[in-house]
Design a protein around this ligand. Structure first.
Ligand SMILES: C[S@@+](CC[C@H](N)C(=O)[O-])C[C@H]1O[C@@H](n2cnc3c(N)ncnc32)[C@H](O)[C@@H]1O
Length: 246
């Protein structure tokens, strides 16, 4: 797996790049959406690609959470933030835990699926871990229809360290299923020294109709949540897979 540096050498910088508070509003929407999509109130939630556990820090008050991520560094960050959650190292394309959850959640990590085959495998993983009457929620950063080249910046100061980043989304080939996010990180260490690092993330872009088809093909009933139905600046829809009662 070709992992961005952010999830390797720089994983300990994750809480400086991104803080749990940044996730509070979206996490509240995800919680309501997951609960509304399940036939009965879900108790257990599997999150695939849980990263530094920022969403989980809000969701864990409502669900018993199992968090899966391939990056040992990101799992360590999440363990510090969410010691009460179960953490497991694994890849959303092939992990098989041999148990069922009331609901499955994949937020921005789903954007690391860059081919239809990988996206189908991740959705299949969600399906095989989802109980009948449960649901899976998928939250891509963009679809093919909503992608546009853009830049953002952010970062935080914590005790002894600080970080600022510039994030640049661009698409060298609009006919394929990927786009690029180039990050420039300014990392300030305990001695006050600042260094600049580049990190390239290759991310996936799929049409809404492909999302809905893949979700349906694995056995879910597919639903789309349009951006106007959520209080968010994002123009990208979310996707639900409902696992019907057998
Ligand atoms: C932006 S971070 C997720 C942050 C997370 N939403 C949170 O609440 O903190 C993206 C994560 O996707 C994970 N990831 C990338 N490829 C993956 C894969 N094939 N399976 C599971 N997770 C993956 C990375 O290791 C990284 O931790």
């Amino acid at each position: 797996m070709n992992m961005p540096r952010l999830y390797g050498d720089f994983a300990s910088w994750w809480p400086v790049l991104s803080s749990p508070e940044d996730y509070a509003e979206d996490a509240a929407f995800y919680r309501k959406t997951i609960i509304a999509a399940c036939r009965s109130k879900p108790q257990t939630l599997l999150e695939l690609g849980s990263g530094g556990g920022n969403n989980a820090s809000h969701l864990k008050a409502f669900f018993t959470m199992t968090l899966v991520d391939p990056s040992p560094g990101m799992l360590n960050v999440s363990r510090s933030l969410n010691p009460e959650c179960e953490h497991i190292q694994g890849d959303m394309r092939n992990i098989r835990l041999g148990r069922l959850f009331d609901a499955v959640f994949i937020e921005d990590a789903i954007s690391y699926m860059t081919t239809k085959d990988d996206l189908q495998r991740a959705i299949q993983t969600a399906f095989v871990h989802c109980r009948s009457g449960g649901a899976a929620l998928f939250c891509p950063d963009y679809t093919s229809e909503t992608f546009r080249s853009s830049t953002r910046h952010g970062g935080h100061d914590v005790v002894g360290r600080g970080m600022r980043y510039l994030e640049w989304d661009w698409d060298p080939d609009p006919t394929d299923t990927t786009y690029i996010t180039d990050f420039a990180y300014l990392l300030r260490d305990e001695k006050g020294e600042v260094r600049c690092e580049h990190d390239r993330h290759v991310l996936g872009l799929f049409r809404c109709e492909d999302w809905l088809r893949l979700i349906t093909e694995v056995g879910f009933q597919a639903r789309i949540i349009q951006p106007q139905d959520r209080e968010s600046e994002s123009e990208t829809p979310l996707f639900l897979g409902i696992r019907e009662n057998l």
